[in-house]
Ligand binder design. Structure first.
Ligand code: GLC
Length: 503
């Protein structure tokens, strides 16, 4: 027998032992790698923490920077641009007004018939037009010719129930969401193109002049009476319905805020006194910076590899254009250092911006027991076909950290503005500081896809504003979605700044 049998038995026992040893060692290694992934997550979590203590530092820094930016040109990274909007719509506006909203690869043209305090918005119509990509990198004249062509087509389609005033040119509000240095309510020159536009001969030119010239070439008799940023349009659009609106915030691809400031507080304002004693300030808060911002190595890398390194630091931690890519960068680190997705790093994880904010919103909001949506996104975007549940849970946790940080920082920014205008309750301990609005209700108008389509982000933001303000003050402050106000807001501003108002 027995010799052969003994040899076979010994050999199989040895194989079994070796297999068991291999499995045990794999398990230990897997556990080791898994723990490494958890350690990366924990490290990220502790670096991007937004305790109330830290947020209060951000609130104070925002207020200090606002003062500095208002005091002098270049006094702060916050540009605090004068908008010359000193006459917000009240509801009394009447007549036909147009708006043009240009802020990305599409633009919108809109007309509205206003019926005064009784009729309000009697009717409105709009069209959306996409800009052919060659015009985004062509010449200024070609771009504005195209816009004027589409605008004149839209004006030609004006129906009989719109009533232009006889003998007057039609008036238009122009929402132009690029950095512009304004010189009056209806003039301003482009500081630089962003969002994929690169038209060298446009920089430094008056954008209203460029539009007027193009309209003239088309034979279109129309006057641009207000040039506004999208935040300013949103403020005007919301204020038309609710006079408690003092602040507007855009949380979309980019982020920005504007608010109503007292004229005396704007020391760099050298023009005639604003008509109403106040003026809207376009903060360009995307460029806000403070050492109190919880910045991680992933944010630093994202910034260094971006089209505008060193700029828009706040925007890169808060807005929709970047949240997805921060998540991607942390996942890449986990995949490289601890084989989160297996022995091979998924090739797509190396591609900047492949994971977009709507994707992380979808994963973050996945309520299914087996996190089915997370699995779907990981498969469709990263090509990872089977992931254990614990990996999916970790991905959700990571999305939560990134969205929570962005939302809480935006909330701190909002409270910083409220503090600046004396509506955060801090003046109650020193009543001489309560210059305006103490005890009055304040509404913050919100617009943008990130805020609108990401409920968990929205919830974090609202909760944090309330925590920072405290129960008593928070009862007097509301944060309200004011959808697509920026287009109609520009038309309303064309009305409230109409060139025919005094004639
Ligand atoms: C970017 C632009 C700013 C705009 C914001 C929201 O930050 O610089 O002007 O308001 O995006 O669209």
């Amino acid at each position: 027998m027995t010799r052969t049998v003994v040899i076979v038995a010994v050999a199989s026992a040895a194989v079994a032992c070796a297999a068991t040893a291999y499995l045990v060692s794999m398990r230990i290694r897997n556990r080791k790698y898994w723990n490494r992934s958890l350690a990366i997550l924990q490290e990220f979590q502790s670096e991007c923490t937004t305790s109330l203590f830290r947020l209060r530092q951000v609130v104070d820094a925002m207020t200090v920077e606002m003062h500095a930016g208002l005091a002098s040109e270049g006094g702060s990274k916050l540009k605090m641009l004068l908008t010359y909007v000193d006459n917000l719509p009240t509801g009394d506006e009447e007549g036909l007004y147009y708006a043009l909203d240009l802020g990305g690869t599409n633009f919108r043209v809109l007309r509205v018939q206003l019926g005064g305090p009784e009729g309000r918005v009697l009717r409105q119509e709009y069209e959306e037009v996409s800009i052919p990509s060659h015009l985004m990198v062509g010449s200024n004249e070609d771009l504005f010719d195209y816009i004027a062509l589409e605008l004149s087509r839209f004006v030609e389609s004006e129906g009989e129930n719109y009533h232009p005033k006889p003998g007057r040119d039609r008036e238009l509000g122009f929402t132009f969401s690029f950095p512009v240095k304004q010189t009056s309510i209806n003039s301003g020159y482009l500081i630089k193109w962003t969002k994929g536009f690169a038209i060298p001969d446009g920089v430094g030119k008056d954008v209203v002049q460029a539009l007027h010239d193009a309209m003239k070439r088309r034979g279109l008799a129309m006057r641009v009476t207000a040039l506004v940023n999208d935040t300013v349009g949103a403020l005007a659009g919301a204020r038309y319905w609710n006079e408690d609106v003092m602040v507007a915030v855009i949380l979309g691809t980019g982020t920005n805020a504007c608010y109503v400031e007292r004229a005396e507080a704007i020391t760099k304002y050298h023009g005639e006194s604003p008509r109403s004693g106040s003026m809207v300030i376009n903060m360009e808060w995307g460029n806000f910076w403070s050492s109190h911002l919880p910045r991680t190595i992933y944010d630093e890398d994202l910034d260094a590899e971006s089209l505008n390194p060193g700029e828009q630091g706040f925007e890169k931690m808060v807005s929709g254009m970047y949240l997805g890519d921060i998540v991607r960068r942390v996942l890449l680190k986990m995949a490289e250092d601890s084989f989160l997705f297996g022995t091979e790093v998924p090739a797509n994880l190396y591609k900047p911006n492949i994971l977009r904010t709507p994707d992380i919103s979808k994963m973050h909001q996945d309520e299914s027991a087996d996190l089915r949506e997370v699995a779907k996104v990981l498969k469709s975007i990263l090509g990872v076909s089977s992931t254990p549940l614990k990996v999916r849970m970790l991905v959700v946790e990571l999305c939560d950290l990134v969205a929570e940080r962005g939302a809480r920082l935006a909330a701190a920014g909002i409270v910083g503005i409220l503090k600046k205008i004396g509506r955060d309750g801090s003046c109650l301990s020193n009543r001489s500081k309560c210059d305006q609005g103490e005890g009055r209700h304040t509404t913050i108008a919100m617009d943008g896809g990130l805020y609108e389509h990401y409920p968990k982000f929205r919830k974090y933001l609202q909760e944090t504003v309330a925590h920072l303000l405290g129960e008593e003050i928070a009862a007097n402050v509301s944060v309200e979605l004011s959808k697509d106000g920026s287009g109609i807001g520009a038309a309303l501003l064309a009305a409230s700044h109409s060139q025919y108002v005094n004639t």
